[in-house]
Ligand binder design. Sequence first.
Ligand SMILES: *Cc1c(COP(=O)(O)O)cnc(C)c1O
Length: 370
Amino acid sequence: MIPLIDLKRQYTMLSNEIMHAITEVLQSGQYILGPKVLEFEKRCSEYLNVKHCIGVGNGTDALVIALESLGIGNGNEVITTPFTFFATAEAIVRVGATPVFVDIDPLSYNINPEEIERKITPKTKAIMPVHIFGQVCDMNRILEIAKKYNLYVIEDACQAFGAEYNGKKAGTIGDVGCFSFFPTKNLGGFGDGGLIVTNNDEVAEKARMLRQHGSKKKYYNELIGFNSRLDEIQAAILLVKLKYIDEWNKKRSEIAEKYNHGLKLEGLVTPAKTNACERGHIYHLYILQYENRDKILEYLTQKGIATGIYYPVPLHLTKALRFLGHKEGDFKVAEEVSKRAFAIPMFPELKDEEVEFIISSINEFGGNFL
Ligand SMILES: *Cc1c(COP(=O)(O)O)cnc(C)c1O
């Protein structure tokens, strides 16, 4: 079976370096917010070219803490996409605000900026674009709207570490950016982890406090915060992996190019690169669309090729968000894509012969199978 992502291959390649990094932490006796977290935050600041990086427990907490650091909460509205991982909207609800959805662009699958303005009300405080599958949103247009209406922009960059837009790294374009180091993300730890990035000193200070019980100094609590810190061991592992991120993202793009050129099945929709920047799309996931999705997924399983559905339920139709009062038909593009989209294997260690086999298998679909 060719898996969607094989984390063991990456570990095998780096096992010596990683074991060394972990052992160093174990021997140091400093397990929470120690030198590795500090160093990782510093390296990320350099890599992303952003003033502040704050390591937190996971990507969801990064979003929650970012929202709270900007003072967003009860009575506020945050504009976002219904076609994303649940955590995006969950974080907005968690701080007491209301997610206001805007349909997606059918090519990029990202929030459609042309539909944002209609959704702005006096309660709107922020726009939360998600760089879905690793492709950076149309940020110029989003920033323009945010400026006009005096809104914050919080980037959910959880799928786009290292992706670029006009010379800037994803996550550093708006007011605050959030990353996840969940193991399957393009920069992933061996457990949970997250990062908040910003050039705003005040927001950074508040986020730093919120991640540890609202205090700058232990036992002198100034705010009601969280216990959400990037783990020292995860930071040590991520420091090793950060060195390879450009190489890995490049490999992802090369595999995507092979898929794009090789896949010829009629009716199959390959990903559109709507962001012209060289690293505009880092292919966290490689997403195809096909009308008869069930059949092709069944066929690929029989061929020994893993697939995944991202995302089967657009957020406005999830049970948890039913209270928002949405119904089928409210966001037609997101609903349509949810019925047709699926992922095929994508990770930097995918072998050439595996890529070839996946391409030829898909191209042969329809012969005997239908
Ligand atoms: C993974 C992800 C998150 C949540 O990150 P966790 O680390 O799993 O909490 C949020 N938003 C998006 C778009 C994601 O892909």
